[in-house]
Design a binder for this molecule. Structure first.
Ligand code: G6P
Ligand code: ZN
Length: 573
């Protein structure tokens, strides 16, 4: 098959070139724009910045300038988004530049909607989302690019894109009309095709191949089990009804905030105890549901709740891993290996140890799991930051986590007769603690600190860690080691250093300090505190109470108040 259309690379002034297939491609002159460096999860800025002339176009064109042409010429790219403000305009811009650069076909979700996990499942492309950040004219917008296996573009590519944003001089735009994204179907312009697809069907098919839908259906059909899902007016609103209601038989009123809105209904679409307050209130209220879950803006994060019970993400991944083989057909042969990010609690380590599974500790950031999955060393992984997932795709997956938990509860109750007490979410967690011990865990966030103080604090802690010696006393704790976490990828040998300063004590307790890589203003200091408790008689303690001595130690060791001026964290999870 011949290439559909190309343009001479050297043209600098605006020119129209009519290609044999009949598409006109305009070379739009442009100038570099500062500050288009992609962070952990793509380029994220205030939407007003993206709406400035050529801001988005420059980045998209720079991306095409960074890829080997054989990766996209005549190829298929997926385009999805979380439904936030500006996605409609951005979709049209991206489609035109893709066509201008010789992409063969764009598969776009209806109304520009497709979750991050669904884009990953479709082997990658563009995702228009700022994840859990608020949306609307005053708030955030973002764009990320996932590469062919469906995983976030590696740094080698994002660095190249950044380099190209600093030297860009032209944008190749196809002169095609705006595409009607509201209806599924195929439109052709010469050799370029846009197909508007239902964003759910392929993803749903994948979920049906992973889970036993009949098992889950039997749980949701019970009159003594009540399910609640909060889509937070974000992208999983488009998925919740077709999957939970239409396919699995949940009652329609079990879904709240189920319509994606451009401003997420003025919400902050982050599924945690602070921002998913409505769901939390429902679950902790009188006669609340038995199972509650929420997902974030683009559908990759999740929170799992039981009746008056919160499952920490660190426990969640450990419990999914411990139950996967029996409850989830995809893991029938047993998971290949387990992994967590460094600050995530050690609950998963204990599951790996007990079941003799390979185990990996990687830096914060989902991209570190992909290589391990590609070589078949890893099946189930998670992060304390409300991310849980598996090698069915290369992103964390909110709906997957909910289905995994429903599978576990369904499996545990499959023989229960009407009238018998069901095994609840909290029963499952407490039984897990009784078997493996409990890793008490909490994270303190100090958002929007002045960068200077925050950086100095990390420098200070780095120094402290490098001078420390095993056996030193820190209050009642004895140091096993302290370091600045560094990771060598076992697959490609790449090294990620300075990933967080950790103090690990002889009883397995840890205090960890990092600066967030996803904030948009100032510096966010994260302090992670963990303590292992084997004694089941202490497992019912409140985490904040159990961890109080260690939290105090973390604050004094780091001199956090002196460095940041902060008395209190802004968020505690
Ligand atoms: C995103 C990433 C995660 C990461 C989280 C927090 O959701 O995909 O991998 O754990 O942000 O990152 P941060 O650097 O802000 O702690
Ligand atoms: Zn997200």
């Amino acid at each position: 098959h011949s290439r559909s259309f190309t343009i001479e690379a050297s043209s600098s002034s605006s020119t129209n070139i009519v290609e044999p297939e009949g598409i006109k491609i305009t070379s739009v002159p442009t100038k570099p724009i500062e500050g288009q460096k992609t962070g952990t999860s793509g380029l994220r800025k205030k939407v007003k910045v993206f709406m400035e002339e050529n801001y988005l176009s420059n980045w998209i064109q720079s991306l095409f300038n960074s890829l080997p042409p054989e990766d996209y010429k005549n190829g298929v790219l997926v385009l999805g988004g979380d439904g936030r403000y500006f996605n409609r305009e951005a979709s049209q811009i991206i489609i035109k530049i893709a066509a201008g650069n010789g992409v063969g076909k764009i598969l776009v979700g209806r109304d520009g909607i497709m979750s991050t996990p669904a884009v990953s499942a479709a082997n990658g492309g563009f995702i228009m989302s700022a994840s859990h950040n608020p949306g609307g004219p005053e708030y955030d917008w973002g764009i990320k690019f996932n590469y062919n296996s469906g995983q976030p573009a590696p740094e080698s590519i994002t660095d190249k894109i950044y380099g190209n944003t600093l030297s860009i001089s032209e944008i190749k735009m196809a002169e095609i009309p705006d595409v009607d994204l509201s209806r599924t179907g195929v439109t052709k312009y010469g050799n370029f095709t846009v197909e508007v697809v239902d964003p759910v069907s392929d993803y749903l098919e994948l979920m049906e191949s992973v889970f036993d839908f009949r098992l889950i259906k039997s749980l949701l059909a019970r009159s003594d089990f009540r399910f609640a899902f909060d889509a937070m007016h974000a992208v999983t609103g488009a998925y919740a009804k077709p999957i939970f209601v239409d396919k699995l038989g949940a009652s329609p009123d079990s879904i709240s905030n189920g319509v994606p809105l451009e401003d997420f209904g003025h919400g902050h679409p982050d599924p945690n105890l602070t921002y998913a307050k409505d769901l939390v209130n429902t679950m902790y209220g009188e006669n609340g549901p038995d199972f509650g879950a929420a997902s974030d803006g683009d559908g990759d994060r999740n929170m799992i709740l039981g009746k008056k019970f919160f499952v920490t993400p660190s426990d969640s991944v450990a419990i999914i891993a411990a139950n996967a083989q029996e409850a989830i057909p995809y893991f029938q042969g047993g998971p290949k290996g387990l992994a967590r990010s460094m600050p995530t609690s050690g609950a998963l380590d204990r599951v790996a140890e007990k079941s003799g599974l390979k185990f990996f500790e990687v830096p914060t950031g989902w991209k570190f799991f992909g290589n391990l999955m590609d070589v078949g060393k890893l099946s189930i992984c998670g992060e304390e930051s409300f991310g849980t997932g598996s090698d069915h795709i290369r992103e964390k997956d909110g709906i997957w986590a909910v289905l995994a938990w429903l599978s576990i509860i369904a499996y545990r109750n499959k023989d229960k007769k009407p009238g018998e007490n069901l095994v609840s979410v909290s029963d499952v967690v407490k039984q897990h603690w009784a078997t493996y011990g409990r890793n008490f865990f909490s994270r303190y966030d100090y958002e929007e600190c002045a960068s200077e103080g925050a950086n100095k604090m990390i420098e200070y802690l780095r120094g402290l860690a490098s001078k420390s010696k095993a056996g030193e006393k820190y209050g009642n704790y004895v140091l096993q080691f302290a370091d600045d976490f560094s990771y060598t990828d076992p697959v490609d040998g790449s090294v990620a250093s300075k990933q967080g300063v950790r103090f690990v004590f002889t009883d397995g307790s840890r205090i960890i300090f990092r600066l967030s890589g996803t904030g948009s203003a100032g510096a966010t200091v994260r302090v992670y505190i963990e303590q292992f408790e084997p004694d089941a008689s202490k497992h019912d303690m409140d985490a904040q109470v159990a961890l109080k001595p260690l939290i105090d130690l973390a604050l004094s060791v780091s001199k956090l108040k002196d460095f940041t001026g902060r008395e209190k964290p802004t968020v505690i999870t």
